[in-house]
Write a protein that binds this ligand. Structure first.
Ligand code: SF4
Length: 448
């Protein structure tokens, strides 16, 4: 019997500190990989965010899934396994965008979605010849997917079950890794497959991790209708265009939607043009929010700072807007130049990146801007983002937003969620700020 060890790396942390609780959700990608692993392979899974890695446990292959923020930690773990002469394969979004870089730390790199190539990688591993780049095309149909959640047993995750019903987004915003990865294509799973998966999970609160749950409105109508008899509560992500579709909003609410993450990005129309986010219309934000609120659906609004048409006045206006609209949660982050996106390339071409491969830098800290913004200095931008978060998650702001009885605190369950999540965020604003990527100090492999 061969043995594969799956690793989900953390972003990083300072030694002796606990990992950010709101970043501890089940990594569905690992459950998918496990489900694709044939009989004849034993599996071990270490979630670096929750538990120590036992490097001494024998294994024939280590598979590490990385995103840009977890790449450095993933490479550190890979380096340690390879020092022990254990072959490593690295996959995920970041490995797809930077395969040559990932190959410096691994024996093999999976480029694209693992479904198309995982069996071949395992076959090569069983022959002792995992080598080089493994390409897939992300074009297969999303049929018969059933994540193996047994891999999560015994791990203390944030109490929400993740399900994926579709991949990709039909929009093509130029800063977005999803667009870069899926090339603007949207694919969905058969609704019967999703319903049967939900029925098999012992939970009634779900996070549909789709990049855009309403990417195909006709399919979304059908899906929400099929969800209704299940009597579940769910949250998901959508673009703001959903607000103009009254029928879809109604079905969404009736199917148990408690909240939606929506990328507002900016209150400046010029900034939205820069980002290529043409579906957002700033003069429509309040109307859209009202329409969603009226259906009892809470909003997690995300805003980006550091764009060419920003100013301190615009930032103040953005914070006031999110408080006045009594948004359930909000994120204020500097725009992140993810490799593989046109946005990253334009910063690189104009010489605006101050740290080229910021995700590899031992000096980079979470919240730090790796480029020179046009309107502020990089450190001003970092401070402004931090202050915006502290302002939004201050106690007076939380109390004020709790008086949104239409969608934040419209049921006992939502009221409980509202207070627990907002107080958690209040606590975590400071904790998240300045987290290193990976473990501090080259060559150290500290454990939780
Ligand atoms: S709408 Fe959201 S998910 Fe879709 S491309 Fe734009 S940023 Fe990405």
């Amino acid at each position: 019997m061969s043995h594969v060890t799956f690793i989900y790396p953390s972003v990083g942390r300072n030694p002796g500190t606990k990992y950010i609780r709101s970043w501890q959700m089940q990594p569905l990608s690992i459950a998918l990989l496990s489900s694709l692993t044939p009989a004849g392979w034993d599996r071990t899974f270490y979630d670096d965010r929750l538990e120590p890695i036992d490097y001494s446990k024998p294994t024939d292959l280590v598979a590490i899934s990385i995103e840009t923020f977890t790449a450095r930690r993933g490479y550190q773990i890979a380096t340690e396994y390879r020092r022990l002469s254990i072959p490593v394969v690295i996959g995920g979004y970041h490995a797809t965008f930077c395969p040559d870089e990932a190959l410096e730390y691994a024996d093999g790199v999976c480029i694209g979605e693992a479904e198309g190539i995982w069996a071949e990688i395992l076959h090569d591993a069983s022959k002792g010849r995992v080598r080089g780049k493994y390409h897939t095309q992300n074009r297969f149909e999303l049929k018969n997917i059933l994540p193996d959640r047994t891999i999560f047993h015994g791990k203390n995750y944030f109490k929400i079950s993740l399900v994926e019903t579709s991949r990709g987004c039909p929009n093509t915003c130029n800063f977005c890794s999803i667009t870069a990865f899926h090339k603007g294509k949207y694919r969905s799973r058969p609704i019967t497959d999703v319903i049967s998966e939900i029925n098999g999970v012992q939970a009634n609160t779900f996070f549909f991790i789709d990049d855009n749950i309403a990417g195909d409105p006709a399919r979304a109508e059908e899906f929400f209708t099929a969800l209704m008899p299940l009597n579940i509560t769910w949250v998901g992500q959508a673009s703001i265009s959903i607000a103009a579709n009254e029928k879809l909003l109604e079905l969404m609410a009736a199917s148990g939607c408690a909240g939606l993450l929506i990328g507002f990005e900016s209150l400046s129309a010029e900034n939205l043009v820069t980002l290529g986010k043409h579906i957002n219309k700033t003069n429509n934000y309040s109307k859209a929010l009202r329409a969603i609120r009226e259906k009892g659906i809470a909003i997690y609004g995300t805003f980006m700072l550091g764009l060419p048409h920003d100013s301190k006045q615009l930032l103040d206006k953005t914070i006031s807007f999110s408080k006045k609209e009594k948004i359930f949660l909000a994120a204020f982050n500097h725009v992140v130049p993810f490799p593989g996106t046109p946005f990253y390339q334009s910063l690189a071409d104009s010489g605006s990146l101050t740290i080229d491969k910021w995700w590899l830098s031992p000096d980079y800290r979470f919240g730090q801007s790796p480029f020179s913004p046009e309107c502020f200095s990089a450190s001003e931008l970092e401070n402004l983002c931090f202050k915006a978060r502290r302002n939004f998650f201050s106690l007076p702001s939380i109390i004020r937003r709790a008086t949104n009885f239409s969608s934040n605190c419209n049921t006992l369950q939502k009221t409980f969620l509202y207070w627990s999540i907002n107080l958690l965020m209040l606590h975590e604003v400071r904790k998240k700020h300045g987290i290193p990527l990976g473990c501090p100090g080259e060559g150290e492999f500290w454990h939780v």
